[in-house]
Design a binder for this molecule. Sequence first.
Ligand code: ATP
Ligand code: MG
Length: 381
Amino acid sequence: MSLNAAKKLIKDLKRKGHQAYMVGGVVRDFLMKSKFSDIDITTSAKPYEVMKLFKTVPTGLKYGTVTVLYDNAQFEVTTFRQDGPTSDFRHPDSVIYSDNVNDDVQRRDFTINGILMDDYQNIYDYVGGQQDIINKIIRTIGDPDQRFNEDALRMLRAIYFQSKLGFIIEEETKRSIRRNRHLIQELPMERVHTEMIKILKGEHLKTALESMIETGLDEVLPGLEKGIKYAATLDLMPYVDPFFALAFTLNNGIVPAEWPFSNIHRNKYQKAAELALKTKEFIDDVNLYHYGLEISILANKVNAFRGIAKHAEKKIIAAYEALPVKSELDLALTSQEILDFKNKKPGAWLGILKKQMIEDILLKKVSNDKNSLYKYLESKA
Ligand code: ATP
Ligand code: MG
């Protein structure tokens, strides 16, 4: 992302008589000398004026945001706004455009996200954000109770910034999260899910999990309470998939329906928890076959985090590679050969027999070659 292109864009806006600044993550990360991902620009220009001046995509018109494509980069350009009251704990009922940049700063979430920077890299800080960056503090702009009631997601955003930056959450802000934590249940789970994943990817996850416990946020995230409490005691943090699999294992294998996981992820967590609960140190060949390599590795990670198994990814891969059969297609006898040998018509019995055969091969009761399997069939007659 190019700071220079952003400065040029700001100059263009100013030349047309508008005010414009960089704001949010880019300024925070710039002051911390760390990498930033996207550049937000706030301007007095109304969306239609921005759209007249540049090549744009109307990504968030309802809230005054357009994406500007400029110098091979893209920028989120948002009109100064003053958010009206909210009745749903997440979206302002209306947004009011403003000519005063301070209105726009005041509607932002945390002081560290409310600092402005112009095209000369001058800093304008109306909220004490610079001092909070120096002291590594996450603090709401204005009264935290009010700010969390306007948008309950901000409580999880506080945890996210802690996980990302390693800052501490200021006491009053933290107490307010504790008081208002139940409002999380009013949010659409998609937003909670997205924020939770951002939290889990942070470098300072352990501290973030500790704050979740301290504020009681763990209690309002379906099925995660035990996982959060447990993971917070670990030295090595589980990454996203192992975290969810661990949490749902500790939740008696239940993946609450509220979480909008994709079917693939839901199945992965469900199966891994099921396998983790029924195995300890060793995942035997029968389970390895039935659950497959990916789930087996995940279940092993879960049990390693639970302290009842060793991390054994390499061993599991080797055991999987060495399985005498990995699917029905690997049977040394084809269905036709079984039918011919048995001299019977196909039916449900065939599937049942093949399953039994595979199980016995995995249990090393018979080996997977034609001769042995014909003898096996004879014995089953
Ligand atoms: P990141 O590094 O995660 O991108 P960011 O600070 O840029 O951090 P964004 O989610 O990209 O965070 O939002 C950009 C800016 O918009 C924030 O810095 C903040 O000023 C404002 N903002 C975003 N979400 C909210 C919210 N829910 N309430 C108030 N202000 C918000
Ligand atoms: Mg951002």
